[in-house]
Every structure is written in C-alpha cells, then in structure tokens.
Design a protein around this ligand. Structure first.
Ligand SMILES: [Zn+2]
Length: 291
C-alpha cells in the first residue's frame, strides 16, 4: 500500500513539474508593488501595465492595453455569459473517491478559496433569451482538474441537454485529469466522450476553450464540439511544449499551442474576444434554429 502511495506521490510531483513547464502558474502571478493597494489596481500579467480594478472588471477582465484575457472563475463566467435567472444543476452530487492522502484537505481548501464545490459548475439557463445547457470549468479549483465528480456532472449535463433537446455549451479550462483519483479520473475522458457521441446525433455542441485547456480535458470533450471557439492567446494543448520537444527531438514554433496557431492549423473554428462572446454564441444558436 505504501509503495502505491509513494508511486502516486511521484506521479503528482511529475504532474506539478509538467504544469510548471507549461508555465501555467507563473504566467498568472500578479505582483503589485506594496505601496499600491491591491484592491484598487491590478497589473496585467502580459504587458505588465497597471489597470484600475474597476475598469478591468467592467472590461470583462480583459487588458485594455494588450487584449490579454484574464482568467475568470466559473461564477464570473456564468454571470458574464448567461442571462439572469439560471438554475444550477447537479450541485448535490459530491466527491466519492477521496482516500488519497491529503486529497480531502486539498479539496476543502479549494472549496474555501474559490467558493465553488468542484472544478465544473453546470447550469440550465438562457443566453440572450435562448434556452441552453452550459458547463463552466474553473481553473482556480485545483487547476480545473477533472476528477470523477467533474466528469459525472458534465456527463449528466450532456444527457440533460439531450433529454430536453437543448444546445450544449462547455467552457473549458483545465490542467488535465486529477491525479489524486488515478485511473478513475482518466475514465472521465471516455465517459464524457461517449455521452457526447450520443448527444451529437441530434444536438448542437459548442465548446469554448479558455486559457489554459490542457491534458485529459483537451483530449476529450473540449475537442469534440460541432463548433470550437477559443479566447485570444489561450494556451491549448495536451502535454507541455518542452516534454514534446524532448520526445520528438525537434524545436517547436514559439506560438505553438496558442489559440492563434491552432486556428491556422484548423484545430479550432474561430477566436472570439470575450466582449463579443455572448453575442456570438447567441448568433450561432439562432443560426441552428434554437429560439
Ligand atoms: Zn496587458
């Protein structure tokens, strides 16, 4: 048993190293000089310019100088995109596989820090008056990792949309499968993909890839949509760039794994600024006869 825990610990260590390679954490660290109150001003992690916090929020957390799209929590995204009066689904479902050492503590801390209970929140609501089912991942909750509860909620949302004949929209942001749940987290890739293949026989599925969408999420439901949208400069990929370079013994282009590079290669259908996103989603839904 101890050997198996040590092995898992090693896997997590490797996972964390891979995350660092992807530069996911460092990229978002916002350091504000001590003399400036951090409740008034934020520093753009991309161009390093200071922005009044109120303006930043009014601009949907997009930098007015360089168009950097800051990360949103699931709650912020829902408020940004959905009309008022949505209903949250499957919030009573709870984690089952929490026996890995320190996992429960990590979950508790993430819940406290994010005011969310999982890395995905599912809602039934309206976008510009059009009824739809929306799942939103939250990278602030354990790097948006996909465990059994996340996979179960997404699967149920897909089935709910299928039953109600509603379009499905998933906003993805994730570091990949949740290593604390081992192989069970990997099962979620197959489970969500199978549910989607049934749903897509008659329903419309739009995925919106936000920064960062990586690992098992990018390798499953994020990449299976009828229409794939990405936010500008979002990092999208499976493994870290350096890992791939070491494996294939080649140097990859600088812009590799960005939304812009993937649009050029045909992996995604369009890049949409956050300010235009709600309008664009509503237009796409109307074009597909959803009212
Ligand atoms: Zn900026």
């Amino acid at each position: 048993m101890e050997n198996s825990f040590n092995k898992r610990k090693q896997e997590i260590l490797e996972f964390n190293n891979a995350m660092e390679e992807l530069n996911l954490r460092k990229r978002y660290e916002t350091t504000i000089p001590k003399e400036i109150p951090d409740d008034l001003i934020v520093k753009c992690p991309s161009c390093q310019k200071f922005i009044l916090k109120d303006n930043y929020i009014l601009e949907h957390k997009v930098c007015p100088y360089c168009n950097y799209h800051g990360r949103l929590t699931a709650r912020e995204r829902i408020i940004d995109v959905l009309d008022l009066g949505y209903e949250e689904l499957f919030s009573r479902l709870k984690e089952k596989y929490t026996d890995f050492p320190d996992y429960q503590n990590k979950l508790d801390k993430a819940k406290k820090d994010t005011n969310s209970d999982e890395s995905v929140t599912c809602v039934h609501g309206k976008i510009d008056g059009i009824e739809c089912c929306v799942g939103v991942m939250d990278s602030f909750f354990m790097m948006g990792s996909m465990g059994s509860l996340c996979g179960e909620r997404i699967t149920r949302l897909i089935e709910f949309a299928e039953k109600k004949d509603l379009p499905l929209i998933l906003f993805t942001t994730s570091g990949g499968a949740r290593m604390q749940e081992g192989v069970i987290s990997l099962f979620q890739m197959a489970k969500t993909s199978a549910a989607l293949s049934r749903f897509k026989e008659k329903g419309l599925y739009i995925s919106v890839l936000t920064d960062p969408t990586t690992g098992g999420v990018s390798a499953s439901f994020a990449s299976l949509a009828d229409i794939t949208i990405a936010e500008p400069h979002a990092l999208i990929g499976f493994a870290g760039k350096r890992v791939i370079e070491r494996t294939i013994k080649e140097t990859l282009p600088k812009e590799f794994q960005t939304a812009e590079f993937l649009l050029e290669k045909g992996y995604i259908d369009m890049i949409c600024d956050r300010k235009e996103l709600k309008k664009t989603l509503a237009l796409l839904l109307r074009l597909h006869n959803y009212r």
